[in-house]
Design a protein around this ligand. Structure first.
Ligand SMILES: Cc1ncc(COP(=O)(O)O)c(C=O)c1O
Length: 494
């Protein structure tokens, strides 16, 4: 019996595990063939300068894994049926050239390699100021969830979400958004809801009407079912019902995706007249409406207009909202309010995907809501964001007064301003990276542009997210943006 050449890796693992790893490697390399005997424990102990018990423990490990078997009188042998020859051949060929080739049949969303949160001036619209989140208070509620765990809730179970949180959300929706007659389900953020809705309601080739300027992750969710997107034109009042009707007449549209309160990305609030017209069209053509109310809590002018879901006698509105703006995106708490049949189907689909949301987080949020911390944070952040909106408007007015041809409408709510720069913003985003400024531009939100149907020169808008920065940051960040676009011209006017 020839000795094995064993390569003992230096690691923090137990010695017998390291020896088992080395023997396994020697078997894979073909140093000892199937059915051949391994060196005895005594010999290996001598070779490795250790005791026999350690070697026996290593053998026992390999026996348990199915590499080695113990034979009476002949000691330990390699399992005869191990297909070592073939795996040895695989090891010999150039693995780079023969890597397994995946044939993908679906596509997800490409992750942005640029991380907005790493920029000093992050104008990504809809980014809350995480520095102001009451983590200490939240930690208290989280500790309570861990100190007194409800074992029943911690196992699998109702995919609709934790009943206490559903109760809190339903009270909140009734009080703040006048939604009274819908069932509620908690999900992993709005994105999961959008994905599940598209999986449940759309077949390949079916059509979804969307605002021409919109939210690409929602489009991606619809497209994941093979659906086709039909862009609907919008003007300064939002989506145009007449254009929607034209599309409904000529296309068999299954779903309509809308952001009525603060249109994404233009921030326009869809007025009551258009809402009613759109609802009537949806009823006439049997189209369900997905209402994405992503930042309802931040409205400054007055009480925000109630969601379309609050006046939905036919039950055709699927209302989706999120805590990503009041809390943070990675909390992954979103919810759907819809009629019972749809919520039941969504719950069944969620069971298939991931059973349920993280229960400890749900318990924490529901305690936070019950004790009033949620509403207190909401009121505080609304005041702060309103102030930041006003500061941003003042800064923009200042540049307008300097004669820059910029235009914007002071938004009634939300976390961003849709700003016409008065000039093409082509390439602006990339140029600003070097200045530590992160910005989203019209190009990213335009479905026609994404479908390569429009001239590049028509893009003048940027989305100025003001919520996550303080006054000095807003001032400096906007100065960098205007200097980049207007350079010498601006210097002359200053
Ligand atoms: C239009 C829109 N919908 C939904 C969301 C929130 O998504 P989620 O709840 O998946 O974090 C956002 C966040 O940026 C958004 O802008």
């Amino acid at each position: 019996m020839k000795a094995l050449s064993l390569n003992l890796e230096s690691s923090s693992k137990a010695k017998y595990v390291v020896i088992a790893d080395a023997i396994r490697q020697a078997i894979k390399q073909g140093q000892v063939a199937p059915a051949e005997a391994l060196p005895s424990a005594r010999k290996l102990a001598e070779q490795l300068n250790t005791n026999r018990h350690t070697i026996m423990a290593a053998f026992a490990e390999l026996v348990a894994e199915g590499w080695v078997e113990a034979k009476q009188r002949s000691g330990y042998t390699v399992v005869a049926s191990l297909p070592i020859q073939s795996s040895q051949n695989i090891n010999k060929v150039d693995t780079k050239q023969t890597q397994f080739k995946w044939q993908f049949v679906r596509k997800g969303i490409m992750q942005n390699p640029i991380k907005a949160s790493e920029f000093k001036y992050n104008f990504a619209g809809g980014q809350p100021d995480l520095r102001l989140f009451p983590f200490d208070e939240f930690r208290g509620y989280f500790s309570q969830s861990c100190q007194r765990p409800q074992f029943d809730d911690l196992s699998y179970g109702d995919s609709r979400g934790l009943p206490e949180l559903i109760n809190q959300v339903s009270t909140y929706l009734r009080r703040m958004r006048s939604i009274t007659d819908k069932e509620i389900m908690i999900c992993n953020g709005s994105q999961e809801a959008l994905y599940m809705v598209s999986q449940l309601l759309l077949q390949a080739g079916e059509k979804v009407a969307v605002e021409q300027l919109g939210y690409p992750p929602a489009w991606a969710a619809f497209k994941s079912s093979g659906a086709q997107l039909i862009p609907i034109n919008q003007d300064e009042k939002g989506i145009i019902p007449e254009h929607l009707e034209m599309q409904l007449k000529t296309n068999s549209i299954k779903l309509l995706y809308l952001t009525p309160l603060h249109q994404y990305p233009t921030t326009v609030t869809l007025d009551a007249e258009r809402r009613m017209k759109i609802y009537q069209l949806a009823a006439k053509y049997s189209v369900a409406i997905v209402e994405d109310d992503y930042d309802h809590e931040f409205h400054y002018k007055c009480q925000p207009i109630a969601p379309m879901a609050a006046d939905d006698p036919l039950g055709l509105v699927i209302y989706i909202s999120t805590f990503s703006k009041l809390m943070f995106g990675s909390a992954r708490i979103g919810y759907v309010a819809a009629n019972q049949d749809l919520i039941q189907a969504l719950a069944e689909y969620k069971t298939l995907m991931n059973h349920k949301n993280n229960v400890l987080i749900q318990q924490t949020v529901s305690r936070w809501m019950k004790e009033g911390g949620f509403e207190c944070h909401l009121r505080r952040m609304t005041r702060i964001y309103q102030k930041r909106r006003d500061i941003t408007v003042n800064i923009l007015n200042h540049y307008q007064n300097l004669g820059l041809p910029i235009k914007f409408k002071n938004p009634d709510g939300g976390m961003a301003i849709w700003l016409d720069m008065g000039k093409s913003i082509f390439g602006l985003k990339e140029k600003l990276y070097a200045k530590q400024v992160y910005l989203q531009t019209q190009l990213e939100f335009d479905l026609n542009h994404k479908n390569n149907k429009q001239e590049n020169s028509a893009f003048n808008f940027i989305r100025v997210g003001f919520a996550s920065m303080e006054e000095h940051e807003l001032k400096q960040g906007l100065k960098l943006i205007f200097s980049e676009v207007y350079g010498a011209e601006l210097q002359e006017r200053l």
